[in-house]
Design a protein around this ligand. Structure first.
Ligand SMILES: C[S@@+](CC[C@H](N)C(=O)[O-])C[C@H]1O[C@@H](n2cnc3c(N)ncnc32)[C@H](O)[C@@H]1O
Length: 267
């Protein structure tokens, strides 16, 4: 059962996780545990400062190493007293490696982690050098703190705990679980805004439906994330039907390669 000890100046961010939706179910059942530690509670001086100006000048503030270390020690001690096995210290940072579903799956089956949420310009590098095992990024953009990445990670882990999702199969069929993106989904009505539900999904032939879904997963992944398909191919995880579809997709691309079109962005 994963236990997360989160070092954060803003514990309030985590309340919605405890009280809403799927995560609430995970916390209520004890499938996941969450404890927060505020470095300010471990800071010294009249003002209990947790940040200071950067050496060398420049804008912004830097999180002090000492209150963070004191909070980390308290978290470790509490874990030990609760009989939780030792766990890695993970810092959220745009400079970290992007979080992947494989990391989430490993964490879901682990004793959890101590998560460090940065703020301001970031954390004094010496704390990172001495006490952080890995840095995790949520993507190539900058947030104002590590709390949202921490919530994202805990949510992703919580939904993988047995009994937390309504149907265990949902997690197995999600994007990245099997290495590919998920297929499109449809529900009632059968005709919406002039668009019909693909006929195969209405026919009740489970083998044909499974094949259709797999084909759409491959097709979408090939169009949007070809590296996922190439990795599956290298790992010899494509069956004969997959390989046949991939050959057809490659032939189609050889004619008109819209996969290579420049990324238009979101706006
Ligand atoms: C304003 S950011 C600091 C940005 C830092 N000066 C930089 O340019 O890389 C404050 C904190 O938010 C968190 N953060 C911001 N963007 C993130 C991202 N993409 N992934 C993970 N954590 C992030 C980190 O904990 C970071 O220390």
């Amino acid at each position: 059962m994963p236990r997360f000890d989160v070092l954060t100046l803003f514990a309030g961010y985590f309340e919605p996780l405890r009280t809403q939706g799927i995560c609430r179910r995970a916390f209520d059942s004890g499938a996941v545990q969450l404890h927060t530690w505020n470095p300010r509670d471990f800071a010294s001086g009249a003002h209990r400062s947790v940040d200071d100006r950067p050496y060398g000048g420049g804008p912004g503030m830097v999180m002090l190493a000492e209150p963070l270390l004191a909070a980390l020690r308290a978290a470790r001690q509490a874990r030990e007293q609760a009989g939780a096995p030792p766990a890695p210290v993970l810092l959220f940072s745009p400079a970290g490696r992007a979080l992947r579903q494989a990391d989430v799956q490993r964490l879901a089956q682990s004793p959890g982690a101590v998560l460090v949420c940065g703020r301001y310009e970031g954390v004094d590098q010496r704390f990172i050098d001495r006490h952080v095992d890995a840095e995790i990024s949520l993507g190539d953009f900058v947030l104002s703190g590590g709390e949202i990445p921490a919530m994202a990670l805990i949510d992703a882990v919580a939904r993988l705990q047995p009994g937390v999702l309504g149907d265990e199969l949902s997690a197995q069929q999600d994007s990245f679980s099997d290495g590919l993106l998920d297929c499109p989904h449809y529900t009632r009505p059968p005709l919406f805004d002039g668009l019909e539900v693909p006929q195969v999904l209405l026919g009740g032939d489970h083998a044909r439906i499974a094949r259709w879904r797999r084909d759409r997963m491959l097709e979408l992944s090939w169009r949007r994330r070809p590296e996922l398909v190439l990795a599956m191919e290298r790992a010899q995880r494509l069956d004969r039907d997959d390989q046949r579809l991939l050959r057809a997709l490659r032939e189609r691309d050889a004619g008109a390669d819209d996969r290579q079109a420049p990324d238009p962005g979101y706006t």
